[in-house]
Ligand binder design. Structure first.
Ligand code: ZN
Length: 253
């Protein structure tokens, strides 16, 4: 990585990443700008032109390790800056955009929701193997321990991927897993009805309520669970008085 990448520090200031080390802007000099290594006590310096695009001199004397978890920091700092700038922007949207634009390889974003469908954990994973999922759960467990919390779910609703089911079975042998595949994927009336629900997020916020009444309430399959799901959805997501009213999650195109 010999290119210069500009990223955001935790406080939203510009940092340069060069050869996997980070530099902060120290001062303007006659020929351009002097940047110093962010590691305390390290004297490494870069001298760049005013636009911070060309290095015309460098003195690299790092005697320390490269900063750890740089790719994760790049994404989380940039997302934090955007969240602070644009308070009403949806967090999930900010995070997705940062992942898409990240200068690092990440193949999978995984969200873990609580039982009220509130996304609580965002994981950026390099692949979809059992080992990766198990490591993710170990990190979550450790993090929870740090906060004095116990991560010991007794029920998981996960999607169709076998690797995550296997990882859950190994990590939480007593946990029950519900796959959404059966109902959601089937070509039955219930399956189609469920799938169309996801289209609501493409509507304008003001159209959601009416569309739900016209297209979903009137066609709801006769099924106790679906009815319960619908009541829950209306109370929390469709109603303007709900916890997560349409203007939070509907499209703003
Ligand atoms: Zn250094």
């Amino acid at each position: 990585m010999n290119d210069i990448t500009i990223i955001k520090s935790e406080r939203g200031r510009d940092l340069i990443v060069y050869q996997s080390y980070t530099f902060y802007k120290e001062k303007h000099i006659n020929e351009g700008v002097k940047w110093c290594c962010t590691h305390c006590g390290c004297l490494s310096k870069l001298y760049l032109d005013e636009c911070s695009t060309v290095i015309f001199r460098c003195e690299l004397t790092h005697e320390h390790e490269e900063p750890r978890n740089l790719s994760r920091k790049i994404i989380s700092n940039s997302a934090k800056t955007k969240a602070a700038d644009q308070g009403i922007y949806r967090p999930l949207k900010i995070i997705r955009e940062e992942i898409v634009n990240a200068p690092v390889e990440l193949t999978q974003q995984l969200n873990i929701h609580n039982n009220y469908y509130v996304p609580l954990i965002f994981a950026l994973l390099p692949n979809k193997t059992i080992e990766t999922y198990k490591n993710m759960f170990k990190i979550i467990i450790e993090k929870c321990n740090e906060f004095g919390l116990l991560f010991m779910p007794n029920l998981f609703v996960a999607d169709f991927e076998q690797a995550i089911h296997n990882a859950i079975n190994e990590m939480f042998p007593l946990c029950k897993i519900i796959g959404l595949a059966t109902d959601y994927r089937s070509e039955t009336e219930i399956g189609k009805w469920f799938r169309n629900i996801f289209g609501l997020s493409f509507l304008n916020a003001v159209e959601v309520g009416e569309s739900y009444t016209d297209n979903f309430m009137l066609t709801i399959p006769e099924n106790h669970t679906v009815q319960e799901f619908s009541d829950y959805l209306v109370e929390n997501y469709i109603s303007d008085e709900g916890l997560f009213p349409p203007h939070i999650w509907a499209s703003d195109f």
